[in-house]
Design a protein around this ligand. Sequence first.
Ligand code: HOZ
Length: 436
Amino acid sequence: MSPNGLDLSRSKALFRRAKRFIPGGVNSPVRAYGSVGGTPPFIASGKGPHVTDEDGNSYIDYVGSWGPLILGHADPRVVRAVKRAASAGTSFGAPTEAEIEIAEQVCQAVPSVAQVRFVSSGTEATMSAIRLARAATGRKKILKFAGCYHGHSDALLVGAGSGVATLGIPGSPGVPEEFVKLTIQAAYNDLSSVASAFKHHGKELACVLVEPVAGNMGCVPPLPGFLQGLRDLCDRHGALLVFDEVMTGFRVAWGGAQRLYKVKPDLTTFGKVIGGGLPAAAYGGKKELMQQIAPAGPVYQAGTLSGNPLAMAAGLETLRRLAEPGVYDALAEKTALLTEGLAKRAEAAGLEFTTTAVGGMFGFFFHPGPVRNFEDSKKAHEARFQAFFKSLLEQGVYLAPSPFEAAFVSLAHRPAELQQTLQAAEIAFEKAARVR
Ligand code: HOZ
């Protein structure tokens, strides 16, 4: 470490070079470290719970590629499966057996999914699920929650969390206002706001789209009864319930949040874990709905790299490991050790602080809590987050550079890394406490 913090000289040079050819120097906005300042470490490699940057700094990683790496970096079984698949050919744009195997796994694990279509990104999955919901109901409007992020398709940038919230922009130029008018917003964990939206738009709402555990306004779990309440309202008004499980699918429990909270949506979207660190995502649901997708039905959706053999191999191997007994209990225990340890240390530093956790996903807020929705999440102390983030990074702990992102624990995180993180947090909290 240099006297002024980390030595990131090579990352700095790479960032300058990247900015010449890539907008903002990054291929996804939050990675530019705009809201925390400084230079993003350019990552050279990852192994287990660690990533190493181009300057040779090693970090305990709680980003996990923003969720997919539930087994940690370069898991040997996943790497072997990908190598095997690659040596048999990287892409065919034709059906393969691996697609059936992973589809079978998903349909067996997720109670509401009888059929599933693979795509390449969460954005694509959610955009396609909405198209299907609109086609199935003959309605145009959709309801989403402020602070929930469902990818960057036009209709879904309204009140979006994640990068949109981090940049502090209300939406995006280039999204026609006609599209925006079709997206109705409600407050997360607030059934009365949903009931009121149904009162005004009931006959026009094709679906309610929700992250069953919000992960793009920080990690905000559903209050008891919220998801079931959505199910009931959708049934009453003839709208479909769509769970965006891109983040929560196979992350918070085997079969996802719907299995944990025992609420069955009509459609579900997946991404991240399901691709085992390669670009794969999916949407699925009841057979009668999925049979409307082309070529079985008239709702069009297609993709050259959909069901890509490398991504299917990585996803399948990841799901096989996750199907082993005790995996999710182990993950939840690791997460609890970390969040409880953080809360204790924050209290000792005299800070107002709240943590949230579901399975292998967690959040923390410099805020006394409770954090139930986007409005609560936005009240968290931003400058304290920045100080905490910076100190942890300098001490070798890698978190998402935004208070609106969730954090992830992997099966590769051992007690030693968790304890090391808590020790670093003690110093980081002292620094945060000096920020008024
Ligand atoms: N903001 C997205 C995750 N919630 C993607 C971040 C990235 O890949 O840079």
